[in-house]
Design a protein around this ligand. Structure first.
Ligand SMILES: Cc1cc2nc3c(=O)[nH]c(=O)nc-3n(C[C@H](O)[C@H](O)[C@H](O)COP(=O)(O)OP(=O)(O)OC[C@H]3O[C@@H](n4cnc5c(N)ncnc54)[C@H](O)[C@@H]3O)c2cc1C
Length: 457
C-alpha cells in the first residue's frame, strides 16, 4: 500500500515527551485523543504508564500541520457537541483559544446564490429529517438502516439531506444503524485557533510516550500482560488499554492477541465498518464566499459536493470534503491524491465556472482510509451492530481494556468522544488495579497456607 498523502506533512506542534517507566502499571496502546486522555488520568490516579505509539507523532486522527504559514488540520477540526465535549470544558478551563462555530452558512443553487425561501426550505428539511432519525419512534423498533427513517416529503432537498448525513456518518445512510444514529448536538460546535491536533499535542506534553513503537502482539496468557513492540522487544504491565482504531484491530495479521480475544469481543470489533471522510484542502483567496468558518451548500449542478467549509479561521483555506462514494470511485480508478484534486476542480467548475479558479491551489489531500494506523476516519456501526460500543467497555480477563471514539455512544466518531472514553477507561483501570492491589496486600498479610497453622505448636 502506498503512503497516504497526509503522512508527508510534519506536525505543527511537537510536545516534549518523558521516557517510559521501567515497570509500568499500565501500557496504553496509541497516543491519539483516547490514549492521551487515559495517560493523563491514570497518572493523576497515581499509576505509572507507558504509552506506545506506532507513528512518529502524537495525536492520531487529530493532526495539525503548517501550510503557507498557517496551522491547518488534516484530521479532526470541529469540536463537536460543545455542551458534552470534555475537550471544550477543559479548553475553557485552560484558557485555550476556542471560538463558537458560526451558525450562518452559504447556499448556492447551480451557479446562483440560493434565495431566502430556498434557504428556509433547506433548513426545514434538515430539521424534519433530524427529528425523524433521532426521535424515539425510530429507536424503539428493530434496528434498520438510518435511510429508512428519512421522512417522505422532504421535497427536492431530500437527496441533499441524505448526502450530508451520509458524509458526517462516514457511510451512506443505507449502511448505517438507525439505533446508533447520533442524537448529539451538532448545532453547538467550536473551533480552536491553531488547530485541534495542536491542542491534543499540547495535552500530550511531558507524558511518557514512545513514538515509532507499533504494537504487534498482546500476550495475556500469564499474569498481567506482555506487549510486543515490532522489532523493539516487549514490555510487561499489570494491564493494557488498547486505543488503536477498530479497523486496525480487525487485521489480526497486524495486531494479535494471544490467546485470542473471547468470540463476543472479537465479533464486536469485526462488525464495525470503516467510516470515510477526507479533506481536500483548498487555498483559494478569491473564493466567492464571505465570512469566517461558514459551511457552503453547493446544490443543483451536475455534481454536488457533500461538504464545504469555507474561509477556515478567516484565512484563504477551505475544506472540500470527500465522502465514501466519492473515495470509492477514486480508489477504484486508482486515481490517487491528484485524482482527488482533479475531481475537486471539476465539481467547483460546475458551480462557479473555471474563470473563478485562477488562484486555487490544493496543497493537501487526506487519505486516512489508506493509512495503516487508522484505515478509516472513524468506526461506523451497521444496522444490528449497535450494542458493540458498550460490549467493548467490559474488560477482558481483568487486564485488557479498550477505549477510543468507537466506544462512545453519544459522541462516536469524534475526538471529544475518544477523549471521554479514554478518561472512562482510565478510571475503570484505576479502580480495578486498586482493588487487586488491596487484595494482594491483604493476602500478603495473611499466613500463606491457613491450614498449616492448625498443626503448629
Ligand atoms: C478527515 C477527518 C476529519 C475528522 N473531523 C472530525 C471533526 O471535525 N471533529 C471530531 O471530533 N472528529 C473528527 N474526526 C474523527 C476524529 O479524528 C477521531 O474520532 C478521533 O481523533 C479518534 O481518536 P482515537 O484516540 O479514538 O483514535 P486515534 O486518533 O486514531 O488514535 C489511535 C492511535 O493509535 C495508534 N496506533 C494504531 N495502531 C497502533 C499499534 N499497532 N501500535 C501502537 N499504536 C497504534 C495510532 O497511530 C493513533 O495515534 C475526523 C477524522 C478524520 C479522519
Amino acid at each position: 500500500m502506498r503512503a497516504p498523502d497526509h503522512a508527508r506533512f510534519r506536525p505543527h506542534t511537537v510536545p516534549p515527551l518523558a521516557p517510559l517507566p521501567r515497570e509500568p502499571d499500565v501500557v496504553v496502546v496509541g497516543a491519539g485523543a483516547a490514549g492521551i486522555a487515559a495517560a493523563r488520568r491514570l497518572r493523576a490516579r497515581g499509576l505509572s504508564v507507558a504509552v506506545l505509539e506506532a507513528r512518529d507523532r502524537v495525536g492520531g486522527r487529530t493532526f495539525t500541520t503548517t501550510l503557507r504559514g498557517h496551522a491547518v488540520d488534516l484530521g479532526a477540526h470541529w469540536l463537536h457537541a460543545g455542551p458534552i465535549n470534555p475537550l471544550v470544558a477543559f479548553g475553557v478551563a485552560r484558557g485555550e483559544p476556542l471560538r463558537r462555530a458560526a451558525q450562518e452558512s452559504h447556499l448556492m443553487v447551480g451557479r446562483r446564490k440560493g434565495r431566502p425561501d430556498e434557504a428556509a426550505a433547506y433548513g426545514r428539511a434538515f430539521a424534519l429529517a433530524d427529528r425523524a432519525m433521532t426521535g424515539g419512534a425510530g429507536r424503539d423498533g428493530p434496528d434498520r438502516p438510518a435511510a429508512f427513517a428519512l421522512p417522505p416529503g422532504l421535497g427536492p432537498w431530500g437527496r441533499r439531506v441524505a448526502l450530508v448525513h451520509g458524509l458526517v456518518s462516514g457511510r451512506p445512510l443505507a449502511e448505517v444503524s438507525l439505533h446508533d444514529f447520533p442524537s448529539m448536538e451538532y448545532g453547538d460546535n467550536f473551533f480552536i485557533a491553531g488547530g485541534y491536533g495542536a491542542y491534543l499535542a499540547r495535552l500530550a506534553r511531558a507524558l511518557p510516550i514512545t513514538l515509532g513503537a507499533p504494537v504487534r502482539v498482546i500476550d495475556w496468557s500469564g499474569a498481567g500482560v506482555a506487549v510486543d513492540v515490532g522489532g523493539r522487544g516487549r514490555i510487561r504491565a499489570r494491564a493494557v488499554l488498547v486505543t488503536a482504531p477498530m479497523m486496525v484491530l480487525q487485521d489480526e495479521a497486524a495486531f494479535r492477541f494471544s490467546p485470542p480475544l473471547p468470540p463476543g469481543i472479537r465479533a464486536a470489533i469485526d462488525g464495525f465498518l470503516p467510516g470515510i471522510y477526507e479533506h481536500v484542502v483548498l487555498h483559494w483567496p478569491s473564493a466567492p464566499f464571505r465570512g469566517r468558518d461558514r459551511l457552503a451548500g453547493l446544490t443543483g449542478g451536475r455534481r454536488q459536493p457533500p461538504g464545504l467549509l469555507t474561509r477556515v479561521d478567516g484565512t484563504a483555506f477551505h475544506y472540500f470534503e470527500l465522502d465514501r462514494p466519492m473515495t470509492a470511485a477514486l480508489d477504484a480508478a486508482g486515481a490517487g491524491p491528484d485524482g482527488a484534486r482533479r475531481l475537486t476542480r471539476a465539481v467547483l467548475t460546475d458551480h462557479v465556472g473555471s474563470g473563478r479558479l485562477g488562484d486555487l491551489a490544493i496543497p493537501a489531500v487526506s487519505e486516512w482510509r489508506l493509512d495503516p494506523w487508522s484505515r478509516g476516519s472513524w468506526a461506523v456501526v451497521p444496522p444490528g451492530h449497535a450494542p458493540a460500543r458498550d460490549a467493548l467497555k467490559e474488560p477482558v480477563g481483568e487486564r485488557i481494556w479498550f477505549a477510543g471514539e468507537a466506544l462512545s455512544r453519544r459522541q462516536w466518531g469524534t475526538a471529544g468522544g475518544a477523549y471521554e472514553e479514554g478518561e472512562r477507561a482510565a478510571e475503570a483501570i484505576a479502580a480495578a488495579l486498586a482493588g487487586s492491589r488491596a487484595g494482594e496486600a491483604k493476602r500478603a498479610r495473611e499466613p500463606r497456607d491457613p491450614l498449616s497453622r492448625a498443626g503448629e505448636g
